[in-house]
Design a protein around this ligand. Structure first.
Ligand SMILES: [Zn+2]
Length: 139
């Protein structure tokens, strides 16, 4: 768009009106300059948005992976040497887990036994009864 004052070419405009129109032209020029600045800032921001969108997508994927692995996470029990699912309390065989197998353990009298690899895990909270000398259960 050209200047507003050009619209009055060939006409006689009172001096006061002419000053107002020239002032409007100056304001319009200033607004156009500001608009150019905003347009270039907008382009720069749009260029910044795409990498940020990719970062957000990557982080969302990572959160989903971490959430899934946290849901399946087992905690190591130092006294028995087994892994326990904190949600169910089920013990798992450490030996089988090292081969990426989740083998639940059978609860025995003195600890845990893996029915897959036969590994035994002694539970110090359930010590074996003392051997009674001369005890003959079938006698
Ligand atoms: Zn096992």
């Amino acid at each position: 768009m050209g200047k507003i004052i050009d619209l009055f070419n060939g006409t006689t405009l009172p001096q006061q009106k002419k000053r107002q129109v020239l002032k409007l032209d100056a304001e319009y020029e200033e607004v156009q300059a500001q608009n150019q600045v905003l347009k270039s800032e907008n382009l720069k921001l749009q260029a910044d948005v795409n990498p940020l969108r990719r970062t957000i997508e990557e982080m969302e994927q990572k959160i989903a992976q971490l959430t899934a692995s946290a849901e399946n996470a087992l905690t190591f029990n130092q006294s028995t040497g087994t892994y326990i699912d904190p949600k169910t309390g089920i013990h798992f065989c450490t030996k089988c887990l090292s081969a990426d197998k989740r083998s639940p353990l059978r609860n025995g009298n003195h600890g845990w036994r893996c029915m897959v690899c036969n590994a035994d895990y002694f539970d110090p909270a359930r010590p074996e009864p003392p051997i009674r000398m001369g005890y003959e259960p079938l006698a």
